[in-house]
Design a protein around this ligand. Structure first.
Ligand code: ADP
Ligand code: TPW
Ligand code: MG
Length: 579
């Protein structure tokens, strides 16, 4: 199909009442299944699809780059437990969105990427169509499932199937390919309406087997040093009360993974987050709840873990079991059902964390908290990460409904530790891949989906991956405050090229004024060189409720290479510091 003919097939107000077309069927199918928001970037062949969706009452949020629209859809899925929908154009737009689809799949977020595509018979013979690409084949390996709708009467089925696949079982990203010709195809309206269906029970509960529950109870009952690890699957499950009840009634200490922070408030007496190393090293029974034993948990291996630890794992995905360590008690099911079954089948007092263990962890926590307080007290000049982050922490502490989006290396690792969370699902970060570029997309979706304020704490490099979406934030006048930890580089800003004047690979412009960027779009820019200025700027920005950006000038020599995962760096030549 050539570009003009795609335009010609656009839905027009004069589609006769007794007829419908692919555009209308897509919108009708989405509405029928409660899709309220679409995140996307328009162009042939989906511009009119976006227009029609908007005209029919679906909120359309237009982005500047598809990766950001995709990240927004993915985190919307995480926050709402309903698939987030991203709309992209053919080939390049599709590929830009695919990064986010893959990232959503990796993080187990429910998302559907709907992409327009070129004419099948031209693509298949590689005749060189406008934005030609075999998108279905390309998408397969990067998502949970990929489908194509090849006939207008299959649109309803395709959308229902994509939404169910994204949300059921282990959530993930689903690709749905809709060729331009299918969007433009006409069919009888009454027959068309009959092709649509509303999903019944799209994410069915998955109950654990009673014997699996009893096995887990037995393992937990024998523990001397039990530990619960809460992952983002636990946060996603929205079984907050059941999880809290289990933890508090058993007294078992817990460690939250980064996006599970706030599931129970970070200052909960049973939180072992501040005694994490000791907890991992000594725990004899570890109960993983919606958390994979991947690199983020050192694969469950010594020396970080007790080599004799037994694992209980709660996960909806059976194939996750035994992936890294033998699982003594697999609990396959959805977290809410599993915790209900545990509550039902545990005898009073049967699982109880020994006091000695709880006290040991509490004592280590107290020590570490005191150490951290010392570090946070230091108000050095030029400003350090800690100074800026403490200021942010104290301001958002007053507003626990604030969403924190966070990416970078040092900017990520340090903010994760300093900014404590008190409400579930309010910390959104680089996740399983440690990906850069989620920042503005996550921030936009959090604001759009909830209406609550968002503070995006961004490394200066990390911010660059999605920075143009400042315009999107301003266009929709969203309550997003972007705070840049501007240390002038990837990891730090004082790396030099020993051989010449060209900037070092990790260098960024130390004098960059990110605050001026948002001013170009009518937002409020601030520049902060001291923690007091950060406090003042953030307080004012949050009170205003509008888009703002605070460029925090951080010591360029602050920060370590790769943040706290330097051990994953192959031996390299490292930094050459400025004399
Ligand atoms: P983290 O990075 O926070 O440790 P992961 O992303 O590694 O978390 O793990 C999330 C896990 O949660 C995945 O294995 C996924 O299958 C699981 N999961 C997601 N939703 C549910 C649910 N409703 N019930 C049970 N497990 C779930
Ligand atoms: C899509 C590699 C990991 S962290 C990072 C990069 C480029 C930026 C670190 O600098 P920043 O933070 O943000 O200024 P700070 O505070 O340490 O100075 N491309 C993608 N993802 C990743 N993870 C990278 C590259 C990387
Ligand atoms: Mg930096």
């Amino acid at each position: 199909m050539t570009a003009p003919s795609a335009q010609e097939t656009a839905p027009t107000p004069d589609v006769p009442a007794e007829q419908t077309d692919g555009y209308h069927l897509v919108v009708d199918a989405l509405k029928l299944n409660d899709v309220e928001t679409i995140y996307g970037v328009v162009g042939i062949p989906i511009t009119d699809l976006a227009r029609l969706a908007q005209a029919e009452g679906i909120r359309y949020i237009g982005f500047r780059h598809e990766s950001n629209a995709g990240h927004a859809a993915a985190i919307a899925g995480y926050l709402t437990k309903k698939p987030g929908v991203c709309l992209t154009v053919s080939a390049p737009g599709f590929l830009n969105g695919l990064v986010a689809l893959a990232n959503a799949t990796t993080n187990c977020f429910p998302m559907v990427q709907i992409s327009g595509s070129s004419e099948r018979h031209v693509v298949d013979l590689k005749q060189g169509d406008y934005e030609e690409m075999d998108q279905l084949a390309a998408a397969q390996q990067f998502c949970k499932a990929a489908y194509r709708v090849s006939r207008v009467e299959d649109i309803g089925r395709g959308i229902a199937r994509a939404l169910r696949t994204a949300i059921s079982g282990r959530p993930g990203g689903v690709y749905l390919d809709i060729p331009a010709a299918v969007l433009g195809s006409i069919m009888d309206a009454e027959a068309g309406a009959k092709t649509l269906s509303r999903l019944v029970d799209p994410a069915p509960r998955q109950l654990p087997a009673p014997e699996a529950v009893d096995r887990a109870i037995e393992v937990l009952a024998t523990a001397e040093r039990p530990l619960v690890v809460l992952g983002k699957g636990a946060a996603y499950a929205q079984a907050d009360d059941q999880i809290r009840e289990f933890i508090e009634s058993t007294g078992i200490p817990y460690v939250p993974m980064s996006m599970a922070k706030g599931l129970l408030p970070d200052d909960h007496p049973q939180s072992a987050a501040t005694a994490r190393s000791l907890a991992l090293k000594k725990a004899d029974v570890v109960m993983l709840v919606g958390a994979r034993l991947n690199w983020l948990l050192n694969h469950g291996q010594a020396p970080q873990w007790n080599p004799d630890a037994k694992f209980v794992q709660v996960d909806i995905e059976p194939t996750e079991m035994d992936s890294n360590q033998p699982i003594a008690a697999p609990l396959v099911g959805d977290i809410e059902s599993v915790f209900e079954a545990l509550a039902e089948r545990t005898k009073p007092g049967q699982i109880a964390a020994p006091t000695a263990w709880r006290e040991e962890l509490a004592a280590r926590s107290a020590q570490n908290v005191a150490k951290m307080a010392e570090r946070l007290k230091a108000d050095k000049h030029p400003m350090q990460f800690m100074g800026a982050l403490k200021a942010i922490r104290d301001v958002v502490h007053e507003r626990p409904e604030t969403y924190i989006v966070n990416e970078g290396a040092n900017a990520l690792d340090l903010a994760r530790n300093v900014i404590d969370m008190h409400v579930p699902r309010h910390r959104l970060d680089s996740g399983t891949w440690g990906v850069m570029g989620i920042g503005m997309g996550y921030a936009i979706a959090a604001a759009v989906e909830t209406g609550d304020p968002v503070v995006a704490v961004e490394g200066d490099s990390a911010f660059g991956f999605s920075g143009m979406e400042l315009e999107t934030i301003c266009r929709y006048n969203l309550p997003v405050v972007t705070v840049i930890m501007n240390n002038g580089g990837v990891y730090r800003g004082d790396d030099v090229n020993p051989l010449g004047d060209a900037p070092a690979p990790t260098a960024l412009m130390i004098e960059a004024r990110h605050d001026k960027m948002i001013e170009a779009f009518g937002g409020k820019g601030y520049r902060a060189t001291t923690p007091a200025e950060v406090t003042a700027a953030l307080t004012e920005a949050l009170a205003s409720g509008g888009p703002a950006l605070i460029d925090c000038v951080i010591d360029p020599s602050a920060g370590t290479e790769s943040g706290n995962i330097g051990h994953l760096n192959p031996k390299g030549i490292g930094l050459t510091k400025k004399k």
